[in-house]
Structure formats: C-alpha cells, structure tokens
Ligand binder design. Structure first.
Ligand code: ZN
Length: 262
C-alpha cells in the first residue's frame, strides 16, 4: 500500500479464534461464512509498518509468542525480517491501545524488543490498564521495563504527529485511550483504525460490538463519526483484525459497504 510518498505494509503476528459470544449482537445464523470449522471467527492480529520521511514506524506490536487453544501468534519478528526490517530500525512503535494483542512484542525477556524505539500510546489507557482500578498485571509487566528505560511518550490530546504524514487521532470507546492513525501525503489518505472498527461487517451492520469494548456506546459514536468522514471518498481504511489486513474504501449507495482495494 502506498499513500503518496509513504509506504504502508501490513504485517501479521498470527491468528486468534474468537468465540461467537465475543461479537455481541451479531446474528451468526445470517453470516455462517464467518465461522471456521472450529465454530470460531478467525481473525488476524495485525500490525502495520510505515516508512515515511526517513522514519520507520510500527503501528501496534502484536500478541507476542502465545500458543494456546485458538491462539497462534508470535510471527511478527519473522514478518518484519521478511520485509527487510530489523527491530533496531524501528524508530517508533505507536500502539492503538493497550490490549494485550497490541503490545505483545514491546518487551521480550524483560527488555525492550525494539531497542531504539520510542513507544507511543494513549495516556488514558495507561491510567485504565496500567495504573488504575482496572489495571492488569500483564500490561504492567510489559510497560514497566519501558518506563524504567524512559521509552514511553504517551498521546494526551487529539491530532498528535507521530512522523511526517502520520497523525494520531483520539478515537475513544473500545478503550478510553484508543488512537487511530491517519496517513496523508498529497491528496491521498489512509486510515489505520485499530479496534475502533473491529470487523468490515461492522461497516455494513453497525448493530453489534466487541465484548472487549470498554464503553460500547462511546465506541459506536466514534465509529460512526469516522465512517461518515471516510464514506464516499477515495480514502482507504482498515482495522487491526480485518481479514487479510486488507485496506478498503467505504462505499455508500444501497447501504454502506466495505470494498477492499489493491
Ligand atoms: Zn485487538
């Protein structure tokens, strides 16, 4: 994927088989094709490598080496190697949010896996997952070594620049400090929306949500605003868990549809 002068390469950390109950309100009888043989919805754990203005940015850091029932993850390092990028070349890792399937490779064996990278994420997620009432041991275990080495540079507002042409936008709801990313060069634009849009089907049928949404109503409002902004334009968008990590356009007419590009 190329947006003007900017290269975007989807890289997958692996696959997770989600139970049907994860998709709250989705009528699987109407969409049997979503289910694999094991009765689960298999989704990729996506990351995106962006090269812009001499900077190399990784959006999200996968799940890490997790092999258990319905989870087959840990392939991000080899995907980066296949792309010809070493962990030391990553200047910034920008996380859409601090759920475990987005921060897994930030730390390996207790040390930063990307030895030269600054790690960016929403401050509100730090407060929610790493320090507040909902804090999660595993999130803290990943974030503490980075904090100790002074690698953390949180997003605190809206529209923060990550690198030339790459802007972080506060897109709350899935988590309080969820950020989506906008890539812009000339008139071209692409949106990498993390878990603000959890499935292409959510573009067509807005009436279901992920069980992991911290605030589903806020997430729905955020999603609708983003889709209204994108629909009918030439701009491409994707999410962290879209099939094949494909980008697509949001087309209107007889209902809103996601049409993959490329
Ligand atoms: Zn996710």
């Amino acid at each position: 994927m190329r947006i003007g002068d900017i290269d975007i390469l989807p890289v997958s950390d692996g696959m997770v088989g989600m139970e049907q109950a994860f998709f709250v309100g989705l009528d699987f009888a109407a969409h049997p094709q979503l289910l694999a043989d094991d009765g689960r919805v298999h989704i990729p754990v996506g990351c995106f490598l962006i090269r812009t203005g001499g900077r190399t940015v990784l959006i999200d850091a996968g799940f890490g080496h997790v092999q258990e029932e319905a989870v087959d993850c840990g392939y991000l390092p080899q995907a980066l190697r296949a792309a010809g990028v070493s962990p030391a070349e990553i200047d910034v890792v920008a996380c859409t949010h601090l759920h475990l399937d987005h921060i897994g490779w930030l730390v390996a064996d207790g040390a930063p896996f990307f030895p030269n990278a600054v790690v960016r994420y929403g401050q509100a997620d730090w407060e929610h997952f790493a320090s507040g009432a909902y804090s999660h041991d595993h999130v803290r275990q990943i974030m503490q070594p980075l904090q100790a080495e002074d690698r953390l540079d949180p997003f605190d507002g809206d529209l923060e620049t990550v690198a030339p042409g790459l802007t972080a936008r506060h897109t709350p709801g899935h988590t309080p400090g969820h950020y989506g990313f906008m890539v812009a060069s000339g008139d071209d634009r692409a949106y990498i929306l993390g878990d603000a849009v959890e499935s292409p089907l959510q573009i067509e049928e807005g009436d279901f949500h992920a069980l992991s949404d911290v605030a589903p109503e806020v997430a729905a409002r955020t999603r609708e605003a983003l889709l209204q902004e994108i629909e009918g334009s030439e701009h491409a968008m994707t999410g962290s868990h879209f099939p094949e990590l494909a980008f697509g356009r949001v087309v209107t007419g007889t209902g809103r549809r996601f049409v993959p590009v490329g």
